[in-house]
Design a protein around this ligand. Sequence first.
Ligand SMILES: C[S@@+](CC[C@H](N)C(=O)[O-])C[C@H]1O[C@@H](n2cnc3c(N)ncnc32)[C@H](O)[C@@H]1O
Length: 264
Amino acid sequence: MNIDFILGFDTPQLAAKVQPWMKDRNCLKTRYPTQQAAGYYASFQAISLFFNQHLNNIFTILLFVDKKQENKAWFDRWAQTYDRFIFRRFMWYWQDRTLAELTAKSKTILEIACGTGVGTEKAARLFPRAKIIATDLSPVMLTKARERLRNKANVTLKLADVERLSLKQKFDSVFCTEAFHHFPNPAKAMSEISKATKKNGLVAITDIHIPPLMITNILFKLEPGFVHMYTRKKWRALFEDAGFEVIKQKRTGLFALMTIGKKR
Ligand SMILES: C[S@@+](CC[C@H](N)C(=O)[O-])C[C@H]1O[C@@H](n2cnc3c(N)ncnc32)[C@H](O)[C@@H]1O
């Protein structure tokens, strides 16, 4: 059985505690060994979500997989064919809308979770004088991005987990599209993004948002690496807690929500 579940608190602190127990188990390799296992997985996730919603993250039955490992393995595997995925068209539109929000004065731009570099290439075209750093957790995604961006002298690609960016410089603008729902510790991710943003700098994050979230969050848990879709209110709190003033929040097409914050 490759699916692990525990009783516990659905908090990053607990997650950090149980990480060592999970260390040697690669949950993804044989993620759904049988149809039946996939069914159990979905049911436990549903129960988990129910507790999550109703007891407000206090006590949760959590089916625990190492999400970071899972994301890395999943996107490494998917990278070769990722841009042929039918729903990429939506994502390209989200990238355009997100980049349109960045200030023309941006001299330094950071992209979080750049994937194959499609959004990075657009940023490099829109801001030819800016220095752009694009990061991702998946080495294979970055290889694809490197091929795409080999002629863009103003772009540097960096292998980095959003929760441990450790960048020396701060940026005028930071953007991230269609990736935040993969980050296991959203508060930590926002805090790292905040550390990388200059005072008065802009952060634009667009992520999938398909109401009713209670249902779609259950369904999407079947995607490897998926962690959570957040409500408008939660997005606002994530930004504010990380030291941003939310200056705009709007839908981006039917399936995504963009939040823009200015660093205080
Ligand atoms: C759905 S893809 C989106 C890629 C790109 N932003 C786009 O819009 O085309 C999600 C990306 O998030 C990356 N990712 C997942 N977890 C991450 C993490 N903890 N830190 C950095 N990148 C991560 C994956 O490797 C993948 O490339």
